[in-house]
Design a protein around this ligand. Structure first.
Ligand SMILES: [Fe+2]
Length: 385
């Protein structure tokens, strides 16, 4: 997981099935005989959800660096995995896969996970509703399936997670993902001053301490090129029976709109697919459900989930909806100083998609199927002037 600054810190988590005294060994070069130069002991462990979760926290890492690691215990070493930290400069383009709602359909979500292994993004933004019932059995299955996101060469993609309504308590997320705040709101920085990802919690009060956190995070990172909030429940769902999240509308949106560098929000929960035009809060003529299209100052809201949950019809489009359709998908997001590009990947044909590498991660691989609705497959978001 990336839980603070993605250039310098990361948490490695695993389920310790047997063996004693685990430690994490790591290095910037792949060792030939497990002769790693660095090791770190376990920061915390817990028995939540019937697992034996261990966290090792790596700090003072080098930016833009591949780290090889293995867990050593009384029974020996694990296989060698690796992950990469993010450049500490805003001039390098970044790649993300964003999505959520992976509950229930294991076979489908595994296809999305395999897409992560193939596209090698800098990180995955996972926006809640991991499992259906938040039970130990389902979490074990979820993590088994998540192993499909590990590439054949052992590359692991760090996660930045939020809590969904199917995570019954904040503890579920905190115990499994080492989230740095007990109420599951926190921010993670990518690429020096390029990007601040703000993870919010749609399952608790939106005012009070969470609102204060949001206000402070937005203000602290106001000089960044971009800030992208992610929160599970959409403010204006595109599935009719889902309720409007007026608590978010009232408490979050006015703060988002105060900051020029917020031009994209990620939402999930509905099990469908939508991307809006840039919109701002308005009750005026031409508005609908409290928003109106405004290409020069508006925010694009993208997502609504479907990484393995049962699909629902996109039957609640607004006049400011760019496109919506019930398709299994994840967002594939490229961020650089000049623009954000959002593509939507129909991941189910992952077996036909060729592998990218960290060097070719911005190419379109053979076989990739992009959602290509009437208004086009690529949503380009430019800085607000
Ligand atoms: Fe949900």
């Amino acid at each position: 997981m990336f839980n603070s600054n993605a250039s310098y810190e990361a948490t490695i988590a695993w389920n310790q099935l047997s063996g004693e005294n685990p430690t994490l060994h790591f290095d910037t070069v792949k060792p030939s005989e497990f002769n790693f130069s660095h090791s770190v002991s376990i920061e915390t462990s817990n028995k939540a959800k019937s697992m034996n979760t261990h966290f090792a926290r790596l700090t003072n890492l080098k930016p833009d660096q591949k780290y090889y690691f293995s867990i050593k215990d009384s029974e020996g070493y694990s296989i060698i995995y690796h992950f990469s930290t993010v450049p500490d400069v805003p001039t390098e383009r970044l790649s993300f896969i964003a999505g959520g709602d992976s509950r229930d359909l294991s076979e489908t979500r595994r296809k999305g996970n395999k897409m992560v292994a193939k596209l090698k993004p800098h990180a995955v933004l996972f926006n809640g509703d991991f499992t259906g019932l938040d039970t130990p059995k389902q979490w074990v299955e979820w993590f088994d399936d998540w192993e499909h996101s590990i590439a054949e060469d052992g590359r692991v993609t760090p996660l930045v997670v939020t809590r969904g309504n199917h995570e019954l308590t904040n503890h579920s997320i905190r115990n499994l993902f080492n989230v740095p705040h007990k109420r599951i709101y926190y921010d993670v920085q990518f690429g020096g001053t390029l990007l601040n990802i703000i993870s919010l919690n749609s399952e608790i009060y939106k005012f009070g301490r969470q609102k204060l956190f949001l206000r402070n995070s937005l203000k602290t990172h106001d000089h960044f090129n971009w800030q992208i909030p992610q929160y599970h429940r959409p403010i204006r769902a595109h599935v009719a029976h889902k309720k409007e999240m007026n608590t978010e509308y009232r408490n979050f949106v006015p703060l988002f709109e105060k900051h020029k560098n917020v031009r994209l929000c990620l939402e999930n929960d509905s099990h469908t697919c939508k991307v809006t035009w840039p919109i701002i809060q308005s009750e005026g003529f031409g508005s609908e459900e409290g928003f109106i299209r405004n290409d020069s100052t508006g925010i694009v809201y993208a997502g609504e989930g479907c990484w393995g949950a049962p699909l629902r019809a996109a039957n609640d489009s607004k006049c400011w909806t760019r496109n919506a359709e019930a398709v299994n998908q994840v967002n594939w997001i490229f961020v650089d100083q000049s623009k954000i590009e959002v593509r939507t990947i129909l991941y189910e044909n992952v077996a036909e998609v060729s592998d990218l590498s960290e060097k070719t991660r911005f190419d379109m691989p053979d076989g990739i199927r992009l959602w290509t609705p009437s208004n086009g497959a690529v949503v380009t978001i430019l800085p607000r002037r």
